[in-house]
Structures are given as C-alpha cells and as structure tokens.
Ligand binder design. Sequence first.
Ligand code: NAD
Length: 468
Amino acid sequence: MHQPAMTIGGSAVRGASHFEVRNPSTGEVIGLAPNGGQAELDAAVAAAHRAFQGWSRQSDEELAQACRAVAEKIQAHAEELALLTTLEQGKPLNGLGSRWELGAAAAWASHTASLQLPVQVLQDDAAGRVELHRKPLGVVGSITPWNFPALIAVWHVLPALRSGNTVVIKPSPYTPLATLRWVELLGEVLPPGVVNSVSCDDRSSNLGAAMSAHPLIRKIVFTGSCATGQRVMQSAAATMKRLTLELGGNDAGIVLPDADPKAIAEGLFWGAFINNGQTCAAMKRLYVHERIHDDVCEHLVAYARRVPMGDGLDERSQLGPVQNRMQFDKVARLVADARKKGSVLLGGEPGAGLFFPATIIAGLNNGDALVDEEQFGPALPVIRYSDVEDAIAAANDSPNGLGGSVWSSDPVQARRVAMRMECGSVWINKHGMIQPNAPFGGTKASGLGVEFTEDGLREYTDAQVLFA
Ligand code: NAD
C-alpha cells in the first residue's frame, strides 16, 4: 500500500483523513492519499510565500543548477515513479506508457533548466538606457489532471522554479500518488517550502477551487477540462492572477486523397490512441477522402488489431484501461450513440472492468456526438469527405483548437491545408508530437497561453522596465 504524504514547508503532512486510490486495471486499492483541507492549503501557500524570498534572489545559474538537480532526481527515481504511475493511472509500463512518460519528464526538466530570459536592452543611446527585465511572480499554484500526472507536473513546476517562483501543486484525486512521492523526493534537492504538495478528494474539499481564489497565489497553471478551466478563470479574476490554461481538445486529422493508406496507418493509430485516447492533443476525429477512405480504414483497423491491451503491469500491454468510471461511461455513451449512426469497424462494446477495446466507427459526420464532443478515450470516428474545402471547414467547425494534422504524400499541398487549420499545433503525417523546444497551447476554447520554450517561461514572470 502506497501512502505518500503531502509536503508542506519541507515537512511530511498526513492530514486528518485520507482517500483511497485504485488501480484502474484491477479495481484494487493501491494507495491512500491525504485528504487535505483549507488549513493545509493555507500552510502550503504560506510556506511557499516564505521560501520565495530566498529562492527568487538566487542567481540565474543557481536556479538553472537547481533545475538540473531536479531532472537528475527524476532520472534516478524514474522506475519507481513509473511503477506508481502505472498503478494509479492504468497505463502500461511499456510502449508509450509510464516509462516513456518518466523519460519525457526527465528530458523536459533538463531542457527547462537550459532556458534563459536574459535582460533585453531596448534602448541605449544619448537619450538614455531602457532595459526589460523579467521578474518572478511569487507563489505559483499548479493543478494537474489524471492522464499524464507525472509529465504534466514537470511541465508546470519546472518553468515556475526556473524563473524564480515557488510552487504549491495539487494533483488530480484519481492520480495523486506519483506527484506526492515526487515532491517528497524534491525535498532532497530543494530548500523547504520551494515546492509544496496538497491533495484532496474534491468532495470533502476542493482545493483546486480554493487555490484559484487564494490571495497569496499569483498564478495558476492548470491542465484539465474546459469547464473547470473556465471556473478557474472566474475565481482568479478577483486577485488578477496570471493564468496558463491547457484545456480540452477535439483535434481533427485530415487525410488527403494522395496519402498512402498503408504507410500512414501506424501514425494514425498512435496519433489517436496514445494513452488510450486520454491525451489532450490526440486525434479525436479523422476526415478521410472518399477515394482512399476504405483503404485507410482497412489498414488502420489491421494495425489496431495487433496492439495488445491489458493490465498496465503486464510488460506485453501497449494499451491499458480507461482511467476512471466517469470517463469510461462517457466513452460508452458516445460509442453507443455512434453505433446507431455509423458502422463499427473495430471494437464498439465495453469490455470488463474499465477496459474499453480500441474502437473505430466510420460513416459519421459533424453533428454526431462522437465527432462533436471530446471523447478522451479509445474511440475514433471516421468521416468520409469528397471535397478538401469541406473537410477543412468541418475540421474548423469546433469550439476547440488545440491540435490538428494533415496526412499526404504531397508536402506542398499538406502545408497549404495545415496552415488553414484553426489550432495551436498542426502536424504533417503525424499527430500529437509535442516537444520541449516548441511552444504548445490551445487556440479558441482550448486554453490560454503556451507552455515550453522561453515563450512558456515568460508566462511565469512579470515584465519590469528599467529606465536609466
Ligand atoms: P478536470 O478539469 O476534471 O480536473 C483537472 C484538475 O482540476 C484536477 O486536479 C481537479 O481536482 C481540479 N479541479 C476540480 N474542480 C476544480 C475547480 N473548481 N477549480 C480548480 N480546479 C479544480 O480534468 P480531468 O478530467 O482531470 O482531465 C481531462 C481533461 O483535461 C480533458 O478535457 C483533456 O482534454 C484535458 N487535458 C488537457 C491537456 C492540455 O494540455 N491541453 C492535457 C491533459 C488533459
């Protein structure tokens, strides 16, 4: 049984009660997480606020060095954290699962350590000197979701630390264990209070909501659903918090008539089904030209049939269960509706426990729920089109704008279509490949601001202009 504590001001805090964390593969209780309340949150924010004085006064090189130490800590404990992630999230250890997630977390941490925001000299002449400085904000509140708990924690915390802020992080109640354990480990390389963790079950208390309104928190970095993101934005208004919101997506992929169905099948599959589709920037709608529609479906289904799904701890599994009952029921509802309107090419029936087989349903259109709503699970709708202009219009006809992709053998035409898609990231012949040296963020209802690179780092700072 895993029982990590909250870390507040460098001390382990267990809280008055706890809640159970279950393995989605088996339903077994595998951990107990502290059920923190307002008192623990206030203590964590106060500790971060105190620690900010010393942390933010360090030199740029000292901050970079501390972030490198964090990256090394993740690397050294990658297998332990991967195992915890598999146990609580369900994803396989192997493939694009939790070992991959922790490897990416270490790589992202060390890349973030290398970022810099040097002072910019805007003017230096006889009339005077004008410098643009970037100053840390203070206490940053990080609120994370359950799909990539370890990696998203790194995406939030490392840029905050690198730019001189201190942090209070609150993981999802579905996946608190790896994050709480990670923050315990950070105590070995960071001063007390620099990173604090709180957890709660979201029923007896909702600390995400309390963080969004907390007067001493200067910024919220939030990854989660659009609906909760809107609530964060509302609560943050009174204290004029800075916000980075990475929200939901309903990414479209457009297959042009000249694409090679066999060559793109593997990329299409993983673009849609990575992490069982529980990925913000996964492909959630696939538009295929009528000339190659049947071939694309055939090769995609053939590839999908070969991907083993099972218990995350089984080294052979490449896909695991859906993470929680709420998400499973949502996928089941959308698939049941889609079965009535289209033709099921693969899957289509809920499996045992939280296992939902990879499902591909053709013959659907915009207006069908599986196309219009974010399924966030292993079910891909395929839409046949005859005119590329119609496909572009249908792809863009969504309140979301996180990612998109174009699949084609003609790079010029692919680029032309890609640049017309309304989304923050657009890929050609791949989907969802985010990387630390490119900014990532949503347009439209998919979010506010970007993460990664100096552009992302800047969002953890205020500008201060010195006129000398
Ligand atoms: P969610 O919005 O339900 O929960 C996210 C976090 O918010 C959790 O930690 C939760 O405890 C907390 N929370 C709950 N109520 C809150 C409130 N009132 N105020 C502040 N915080 C609150 O999202 P989820 O179900 O964990 O994640 C799935 C969603 O996240 C999907 O829509 C997915 O597309 C999106 N997502 C987006 C990205 C991205 O980078 N754009 C990445 C991963 C997931």
